[in-house]
Design a protein around this ligand. Structure first.
Ligand SMILES: NC(=O)c1ccc[n+]([C@@H]2O[C@H](COP(=O)([O-])OP(=O)(O)OC[C@H]3O[C@@H](n4cnc5c(N)ncnc54)[C@H](OP(=O)(O)O)[C@@H]3O)[C@@H](O)[C@H]2O)c1
Length: 248
C-alpha cells in the first residue's frame, strides 16, 4: 500500500491530485477546512481531516493521528503533498492587516515546513520510499505589486525545499523533496486573483487576460504532471521544478 498525505483537497489542484491518486493500492489522507464529500464518494481508501492549517499547535497531533492509521507491515511508500495555499490578502503591504499577513504566511509557508519536519520524524524508522512535493508557484520569481506575501511565502518554500534537499543528500536513507511550480491553472485561486479590485490590484487585468485567452491549464492535466514527477525514478532532492518547462 502507498500512503499519501495531501493538503488542500476540497477543490482545485489538490482535489484533482487526490482524485488521480485513487486506486485500490493507495490510501489517501486528505486535509482541508471543508470536507470534500464528492471525493469521499469515489473511494473507501480515503480518510478526511477537516483541519485549518492556521492551527500550528495542532499540526503535530494531526500527523500523529494520521500515522496511527498507517500499517507499516504493508506500507511500500509514504508521500506528503503540501498543496494547500491562499492568495489573499492581495494588496499593497501597507494596507494588509496583521491577521491577514499571519494567515497567509501560516498556510503558505509555516504549515508546509511543520508538516515536512513532522513527516520526516515520523517516517524516520519506516524503511520505505518517502517523498515530499511542495506545490510552490512561479510567483516566487515573477513578482507583481500586491502579491508580496504570496510571493515571499512561495520563495521561502522553494529555499526551504532546496536546503532540506541538501540535508537529505547527507542522510543514509534520504527523504525525497522537491518544489513544483504548477503553472497557471484554472482554479478558484486564479478566479480570486482576476476578480480583485483593479484600482488596488492593477495586475488583476493580467489574470483576466490569461483566462480570456485560454492560457490556463486544467487541474486534471496539471495533477497528472505532478503525479508523474512524484513517482519519477530520478527524483532529485531539493529541486525546484517549473512544470511549464516540463510540459513543453
Ligand atoms: N491556480 C494556479 O494558477 C496556481 C499557480 C501557481 C501555484 N498554485 C499553487 O497550487 C496549489 C493549489 O492551488 P489551487 O489553485 O488549487 O487553489 P484553490 O482552488 O484556492 O484551493 C486551495 C486549497 O487549499 C485549501 N486551504 C486554504 N486555506 C487552508 C487552511 N487554512 N487550512 C487548510 N486548507 C486550506 C483549500 O481548502 P479549504 O478552503 O476547504 O480549507 C483548498 O482545498 C497552491 O499551493 C497554489 O499556490 C496555483
Amino acid at each position: 500500500m502507498k500512503y499519501f498525505i495531501i493538503t488542500g483537497t476540497s477543490r482545485g489542484l489538490g482535489e484533482a491530485i487526490a482524485e488521480r491518486l485513487i486506486s485500490p493500492d493507495h490510501y489517501l489522507f486528505c486535509i482541508s477546512r471543508e470536507r470534500n464529500n464528492r471525493l469521499l464518494g469515489k473511494s473507501s481508501n480515503i480518510a478526511y481531516f477537516e483541519f485549518d492549517l492556521n492551527d500550528m499547535d495542532q499540526i503535530e497531533t494531526l500527523m500523529n493521528d494520521i500515522f496511527i492509521s498507517i500499517d507499516r507491515s504493508i506500507a511500500e511508500g509514504i508521500y506528503l503533498i503540501n498543496n494547500a495555499a491562499m492568495i489573499s490578502p492581495v494588496t499593497f503591504i501597507q494596507s494588509a492587516q496583521v491577521q491577514g499577513i499571519t494567515r497567509n504566511l501560516n498556510v503558505n509557508l509555516l504549515a508546509p515546513i511543520i508538516l515536512t519536519s513532522v513527516f520526516m520524524r515520523l517516517t524516520n524508522e519506516i524503511p520505505v520510499d518517502r517523498r515530499i512535493v511542495n506545490i510552490s508557484s512561479g510567483s516566487a520569481k515573477n513578482l507583481l505589486p500586491g502579491m508580496s506575501l504570496y510571493s515571499a511565502a512561495k520563495a521561502g518554500l522553494d529555499v526551504f525545499t532546496q536546503c532540506v534537499g541538501l540535508e537529505q543528500n547527507q542522510a543514509q536513507v534520504p527523504v525525497g523533496i522537491i518544489s513544483i511550480w504548477p503553472g497557471m491553472v484554472d482554479t478558484d485561486l486564479q478566479a480570486e486573483a482576476r476578480n480583485q479590485d483593479k484600482t488596488t490590484f492593477p495586475s488583476a487585468e493580467i489574470f483576466g487576460m490569461v483566462k480570456d485567452k485560454g492560457m490556463l491549464t486544467t487541474p486534471e492535466e496539471t495533477a497528472q504532471h505532478i503525479i508523474e514527477y512524484l513517482f519519477k525514478q530520478d527524483f532529485e532532492h531539493g529541486a525546484v521544478v517549473d512544470l511549464y518547462d516540463y510540459s513543453k
